[in-house]
Design a protein around this ligand. Sequence first.
Ligand code: AMP
Length: 172
Amino acid sequence: MSESLKAKIRDVPDFPEKGIVFKDMMPLLADPATLREAVDLLADWIEPRRPDLILGAEARGFILGTALAYKLGCGFVAARRPGKLPWKTVSASYALEYGENTLELHADAIVEGARVLVHDDVLATGGTAAAICDLAEQLGGKIVGVAFVIELSFLEGRKHLASYDVHSLITY
Ligand code: AMP
């Protein structure tokens, strides 16, 4: 685990609601050294899995997701909140650590057999990543890995992702 990255994660108690300790990665992104380190470490893990696409979860999965796609020479696909994508969509709803969420993909975003790497900032309960993996597979994609900056291991999110290769840079 990278201690330099961990030092740049800010804990925000009771956000967005009481009892949740929000892991804020904005200080990590704002520092050029840790931004580069996070992209490079994630890319090192992802590269041998040879993805065609990085599939990022709204919204913080877009930030490093596009940097990773650029660095690895992949395309980028966005999993978005309902009503944001203009074309035909497929959607999945799931429970969150706080509340519920629905995410959508463009129905033509993933071609049959595409190698897909799913990325988000935080692995909490795993519901978000599992739903995105499921959507990508419904469209014919092959999940070659699921990569996070932060993993809240006490929430056991990996249980939702047991059939996938999962990686995170910082574990709590
Ligand atoms: P989950 O589906 O429970 O794994 O939740 C993952 C999603 O919720 C990610 O997109 C995170 O951005 C967000 N999330 C959940 N818990 C936290 C937390 N404690 N701190 C920051 N983001 C969180």
